[in-house]
Design a protein around this ligand. Structure first.
Ligand SMILES: C[S@@+](CC[C@H](N)C(=O)[O-])C[C@H]1O[C@@H](n2cnc3c(N)ncnc32)[C@H](O)[C@@H]1O
Length: 337
């Protein structure tokens, strides 16, 4: 058995009832465990190109509007300097999880992963096994989440009147890491207009319960957008998907480094696969005594051409070729008189 339907489990029965109460009608998708991709959605009817995979009503979406209309809203509105939309969503997830039975979002929270595999969650000795350019990005991710935690601490304390328990216990680092990964790995893009109560970071995240059970395949094409007429977020497939098979969407033309960094997995047979070449590796192959070496390196740095240098299936990328060309220039070619 390479897939096991899990829609009979109590948590999914409650989850689907919760979605139905919010206007979601699902006829052909079932949560299932797949041997290769883990949990995902299986279709009980064949989907042809052009068919609707899912149409999720606005009422099911969790956005910054949801956060502002909750009890957190007044605290966000009065907090200076304003928090980011991302911080607001993280705070909401942590607060709702803490509310347990009392949360209106409990059936959704109950089916969210308990742990994640993004680099920020990996142990130091695991990160140190990653190849160099990825290791650096993994460390940057850890720093980013840590800084978010430090910079949000005062705001979290301001929420104390809402909780009987100490906010430091509720909004601890591991709770923030879980909330950050939930948002980073599961949100859809939905642009909201800029609001004064939030910082200038773009407000583009929406959590889309059930739809966020769809796994990624680099080999399918889909069209996804909010439909203003039906007031639902809709995804149509452009690929055939046979009855009882897993339905995939495409998160974007991402290589495996990006998939690991953003989503915590890598895709088999990824047409966007690439191999990253660190600047240290590149420079090792150029003469250390080249008098113009420092000038060349600083030109490349100024143009942001010493990072994200890759080989894809078609050979070296434009960025890598450019870096190679600059480093190979002769003495009279770099600054011709
Ligand atoms: C939007 S969620 C999809 C549903 C998720 N599998 C679940 O059980 O909740 C995105 C996450 O699913 C997993 N995922 C998505 N596509 C995958 C794939 N092709 N292979 C393995 N894991 C995948 C990754 O952990 C990713 O962070």
């Amino acid at each position: 058995m390479d897939r096991v339907n899990c829609s009979h489990k109590l948590e999914y029965i409650k989850f689907r009832k919760w979605l139905k109460d919010r206007g979601f009608e699902d006829s052909h998708l079932r949560p299932a465990e797949f041997w290769d991709t883990g949990r995902g959605l299986m279709t009980t009817k064949t989907l042809q190109a052009g068919d609707l995979i899912i149409s999720l009503p606005e009422k099911c979406l969790l956005t910054t509007d949801t956060v502002l209309s909750s009890c957190l809203g007044e605290y966000i509105m009065k907090w200076k300097p304003p928090v980011s939309p991302l911080t607001a969503l993280c705070t909401f997830l942590i607060a709702e999880k803490h509310a347990g039975e009392k949360s209106l979002w409990k059936p959704y929270l109950d089916v969210l992963p308990k742990t994640y595999s993004c680099p920020v969650c990996l142990e130091h000795d695991v990160v140190s096994l990653l190849p160099e350019p990825l290791r650096k990005k993994a460390q940057e991710q850890r720093t980013k989440v840590h800084e978010l935690y430090i910079s949000s601490k005062a705001f979290f304390s301001s929420l104390q009147p809402l909780f009987a328990e100490n906010t430091e216990t509720i909004f601890n680092y591991s709770a923030l890491e879980w909330a950050w990964c939930t948002i980073n790995t599961r949100t859809i893009y939905m642009k909201h207009s800029q609001r004064k109560c939030f910082s200038l970071e773009p407000d583009v995240y929406a959590l889309a319960p059930y739809l966020d059970l769809l796994n990624h395949s680099p080999n399918v094409q889909v069209k996804a957008a909010f439909n203003e007429q039906t007031r639902s977020y809709e995804i149509r497939t452009n690929s055939l998907c046979k009855k009882y098979e897993e339905v995939f969407i495409c998160y974007g033309p991402h290589d495996n480094q990006r998939l690991l960094l953003e989503y915590g997995f890598v895709a088999m047979d990824n047409p966007h696969s690439s191999v990253y070449v660190s600047s240290a590796t590149l420079l090792k192959y150029f003469p250390p005594l080249d008098k113009q070496r420092n000038a060349k390196v600083s030109i490349l740095k100024d143009h942001d051409l010493l990072e994200n240098l890759t080989f894809g299936w078609d050979g070296p990328s434009w960025r890598l070729l450019t870096a190679l060309k600059v480093l190979s220039l002769g003495a009279d070619e770099l600054f011709p008189s």
